[in-house]
Design a protein around this ligand. Structure first.
Ligand SMILES: [Zn+2]
Length: 163
């Protein structure tokens, strides 16, 4: 095994973090690391500060959109005015899960990609993400586990007719 590809990233909040990008295909790593520099660091992106809530919400939506593109997350389906909310919910939940499981827990980035990101990629229903926005990051593994068992086969979801 080679050593994990560690990237030192200075985030837009000014904090420097080291990220293990082994879960990304090698050709995408530099671009992903470059994208990370445009985001707040994992500590600063926790929704703690009420005073700049509004500003953060817009920033989060932008971050969620570029993150979805960088990670190949699918477009979400649902009413147009809920898509942004759902994208932000997905982004926040998965970033929080990453912090919990990989940066603070014992999961490797590769395991995270398989256990969490893989199943997450299969959910394109906006309402599903909005309904689960308050999931404890510690429960995401279980959430995804249920998902693999319970989620209807593609085409069976009534998400397109939602709202
Ligand atoms: Zn920071």
């Amino acid at each position: 095994m080679s050593t994990p590809p560690l990237f030192s990233v200075t985030h837009s909040c000014g904090h420097e973090w080291t990220h293990d990008l082994s879960a990304r295909p090698a050709p995408e790593r530099a671009g992903f690391a470059r994208w990370l520099t445009s985001t707040f660091c994992p500590d600063c992106s926790s929704p703690t500060c009420e005073s700049d809530h509004e500003r953060k919400r817009e920033a989060d939506l932008k971050a969620a959109a570029s993150w979805a593109e960088a990670t190949g997350m699918p477009r979400l389906e649902g009413p147009r005015d809920r898509i942004g909310e759902a994208m932000t919910a997905r982004y926040r939940l998965l970033r929080a899960a990453y912090r919990h499981h990989v940066q603070r827990g014992g999961m490797t980035a590769e395991q995270f990609a398989t256990i969490i990101e893989g199943p997450a990629r299969s959910v394109t229903c906006a309402s599903w993400w909005i309904d689960r926005r308050d999931t404890d990051p510690a429960d995401t593994e279980e959430l995804m586990d249920h998902l693999t068992a319970d989620w209807p086969a593609p085409g069976e979801s009534d998400c397109g007719r939602w709202g």
